[in-house]
Design a protein around this ligand. Structure first.
Ligand SMILES: Nc1ncnc2c1ncn2[C@@H]1O[C@H](COP(=O)(O)OP(=O)(O)O)[C@@H](O)[C@H]1O
Ligand SMILES: [Mg+2]
Length: 241
């Protein structure tokens, strides 16, 4: 396996408010790296730094050996980094099909007519094919999460960033999402999966990284990380949702 993403000594925040401190980690091609950590630990901030919404103040991000630290989000998308948002952000007035088509066309620099086959394939892959004509604002939360993943997949990523796609779902729905992520891993995607709900992550990930106050607390085999004293302490008093 080769390294697809390398994060080196990353510092990032919002203006004077520093969130990530000296964060370093690597992701191997084809692996699912889970990132956990309490609310406010900096998980979404990391996602923003990886997709280019936030430019780090120090450190480097190397994707497939290119330095992308300061690259704009649209350029990162075309290089193969796709992301989902913790709060789904579809075009509410468009149908499911139209939302995925927009991502398939504009995320890859093709005309819509050249992106239709891929749109259909992604709708099938994410279980949304039968719901293509539904206006996005009318979807259930599970289907909004599926659509979020579908829109990211439609941009043809090699690295997929998932931000709390299981949050707010019932246990049965979480299993649906886990099955979908397992299928994506099987299909060869490299995945960084951020969740606040940690029990899901032991089964679904190859490696686990726990963030606390913007820096790496523990990293390694998921079961070992979950059972570590550091993780227990950082989650002590925090109820799993
Ligand atoms: N746009 C923003 N402007 C200022 N502070 C922010 C912004 N987004 C997040 N923060 C702050 O950064 C810290 C980390 O937030 P976030 O990365 O969203 O954490 P997590 O996803 O781990 O819950 C929190 O203290 C949060 O209040
Ligand atoms: Mg978050």
């Amino acid at each position: 396996m080769s390294t697809i993403l390398k994060v080196e000594n990353l510092h990032a925040g919002y203006g004077k408010f520093k969130v990530l401190h000296d964060l370093s980690f690597e992701v191997e091609e084809g692996e699912v790296l889970g990132i956990i950590g309490p609310n406010g630990a900096g998980k979404t901030t990391l996602m923003n730094a990886l997709c280019g919404l936030l430019i780090p103040s120090e450190g480097e991000i190397l994707f497939e050996e290119s330095n992308i630290t300061k690259l704009q989000p649209d350029k990162r998308c075309r290089l193969g980094i796709g992301r989902t948002y913790q709060i789904p952000k579809p075009f509410e007035g468009l149908t499911v099909f139209e939302n995925v088509l927009a991502a398939a066309a504009y995320g890859t620099g093709r005309t819509e007519s050249h992106a239709i086959d891929d749109t259909i394939a992604v709708l099938k892959q994410t279980g949304l094919f039968e719901k293509g004509d539904i206006v996005s604002s009318e979807l259930t939360l599970l289907d909004r999460k599926r659509l979020e993943i579908a829109r990211a997949l439609a941009t043809k990523p090699t690295l997929l960033l998932l931000d709390e796609v299981a949050a707010g779902l019932t246990d049965a729905e979480v299993h649906d999402v886990m099955d979908l992520v397992a299928d994506l891993k099987q299909a060869g995607y490299t995945i960084i999966w951020i969740e606040h709900v940690i029990k899901t992550m032991v089964e679904a990930t190859d490696k686990l990284l726990c963030l606390a106050v913007g820096t790496k607390l523990v990293y390694g085999d998921p079961k070992t990380v979950i059972e570590s004293k550091e993780v227990e302490e950082v989650y002590l008093g925090v109820d799993e949702e």
